[in-house]
Each structure stands twice: as C-alpha cells, then as structure tokens.
Design a protein around this ligand. Sequence first.
Ligand code: TXA
Ligand code: MG
Length: 348
Amino acid sequence: MLKVDPQQPEIEKIQIAANFIKKGGLVAFPTETVYGLGADALNAKAVLALFEAKKRPLDNPPIVHICDAKDVYRLAKEVPPEAEKLMKTFWPGPLTLIFKRSVIVPDVTVAGLDTIAVRMPRHNVALALIKESNCPISAPSANLAGKPSPTMAKHVLEDLDGRIDAVLDAGPTAIGVESTVLDLTVDPPQVLRPGGTPYEVLKKTLGRVELNPIVTAEKPLPVDRARSPGVKHKHYAPDADVVVVEGELSSVVNKVNELSEFYLRRGSKVGILCTDETVRHHRADVVKSLGSRSNLAGVAKNLFRLLREFDLEKVDVVIAEGVPTQGLGLAVMNRLRKASGYKIVKAD
Ligand code: TXA
Ligand code: MG
C-alpha cells in the first residue's frame, strides 16, 4: 500500500508501481471515478492475470486507459470525427469511448471483440502511472467481480488483498460511479453504461445520441440485446439482498417502512439506504443517507461506500430509496437496480 499525494504524486512511489506494471504485474490505482486494477494492456499474460485476480468472466473486457489522446490512434482502427470532438471536450474525464480496435491489441485485452473501450482518466496519479509505465493500462474497477466498485483504497484490499502487487492510495475518489461508456461504432452513438459524464451533457455536445435499452432496463434484457458485455453479469451487489423502491417520494417513504417492518418481523437485520430529506422518517436496524436529493453528484459519490458499509454491519437486506434519473441520478439508479438483481418495487 503506497500512500501518494493526489495532486502531485511522489515520483519514487509511481516508479515502484510502474515497475510492477512493466513486469506484467497488477497495480490498483485511483481515478476520478473509482479505483481501477491496472495491467499492461499490450501484455496478454498480464491481462489474463487481471481477469483471474478479479475472478472476472473472460468475456467481459476492461477499459484501456491512456495518458495522451494521441494513443487512441494506435489502439483504434478508425477514429470518427465525433470522437475527436468528444476527446477534446471530455478528456481527461469520466467518458469511455468504444472504437473498432487495431491489430496491436491482444485478443484477451478486448475479450475477443473487434472493438475496444478507451478512456483518459482525470487523476494525476493515474496519468503519472500510465506515463511512467510507458504503455496503455487495462483497468477494470478494482473489486472482485460482482461487488460494488471501490471508491477508497481500503475497499480494494477488502476484495483483493493478497491477489495483487500494490495499491496506490490517494484517498477517496471524486465521482464515485464509473465512467459513461459510449459506443461510437453505431449510428447514432449509444450510451451502453451511464456514468460520470451525464447523458444530457453528451446530448448537448453530440446532438444525436441514444440510450441503449439496458441503461434504463427494469428487468434483465436478453443477452443478444446487451451490446455491452458487462451488462449480462451480476454487478455492484453487496452480500445483503437489495430491494429498490421507486415512485413519488411520500409513497416511497411509506413503502420502504412497510417493507422494513415486514423484514424485521421475519427476524432479518434490515438496512435502509435513503436521503437527507427522508432519513428521519425511516425505521430499521441501520439507516444510512446518501446525502441530499438535490445533489445527485453527492449521492453518486457515496453510493458504493454505503453499500459496502451495510455488509460490514452484516445486514441481511437493504431497502433502497430510488432517486431522480437526471444527471448522475441515471448512473445511480442503474447501479441500484442491478445491485438488486432488478427487485424493484413501485410505490405509487
Ligand atoms: O470509471 C471507470 O470506467 C472505471 C475506472 C477504473 O476507469 N473502470 C471500469 O471498468 O468501470 P470495468 O471493466 O469495471 O467496466 C468496463 C465496462 C464494462 O461494462 C464492459 O462491458 C464495457 O466497459 N466494455 C469494455 N470493452 C467494451 C467493448 N469493446 N464494447 C462494449 N463495452 C465494453
Ligand atoms: Mg466494474
């Protein structure tokens, strides 16, 4: 565990980490979204070890991280004009772009697909690590497959201690949900995963952009409709069962309490995940607030940490209040619904 300054990372520590990457090792590092688990994207053996450490299914490729927009032209077969506009506007930042891949990319890095996911993170530690390693870095979120993504270095160790070479610890991440994944190989471009760059903002820049049905799905979609390989696997789930309650706020509060009473009477240890506006109205063993509903960026930042905290408190069931799907709220609701395995209760 290497503690490092988030603004001006100490070069000696970055070099220690980069030496692991160069030798085919695995290093967890902070980005502005969540912590990633990095390996040399051009070293097939290293990337395979990455899948093994995470226990990640081999058909779900990680994102390739770069520190210089020019690197896209080595990794992608073609870079459409709208990509250049997006790169100028949003990189470094929480936007992942899907391109046709070039021949230098090993098959395992893209899970055998003919496309590649690339992003330039907005974090000095991540950028320094990529630069010092002198290679693009494949980095999925640094959690065991299926668990909530890590927003702190200690979350990485909860899942991966003993399975990786090092963690660069630069404190909690700023955004707290992963990057938005945008597919540029289809027309119009499609959001495959909502994330740190809101849909509304992409729409302003691009004009034409669609949400893949999986983004707003309220039940699992057939796999062939899921263009993003990751969507067919279980995700973001704490050990506890999760139920999401959606609808008009006062009905939601009543429904959450009704469910809480039901589970308490069954002898379950019950957690409620709610917001500042409602926290005083809930009754359960553990009640946690994501922050104010009027600050959905704050809600996103707290989401994965609180889901992990319910596990530490050995809660059996988490009843989560839905939030509006504007801005970062779309990413929050997408993660909550998936964490629940689509156990969604409508409160109206
Ligand atoms: O913010 C983030 O994106 C974080 C940090 C570490 O950068 N990374 C992250 O990586 O969330 P990961 O591997 O957990 O999620 C990558 C997502 C998955 O949903 C995967 O299916 C999708 O990107 N993806 C990767 N390559 C793809 C491709 N060629 N086509 C479509 N989707 C792809
Ligand atoms: Mg992930």
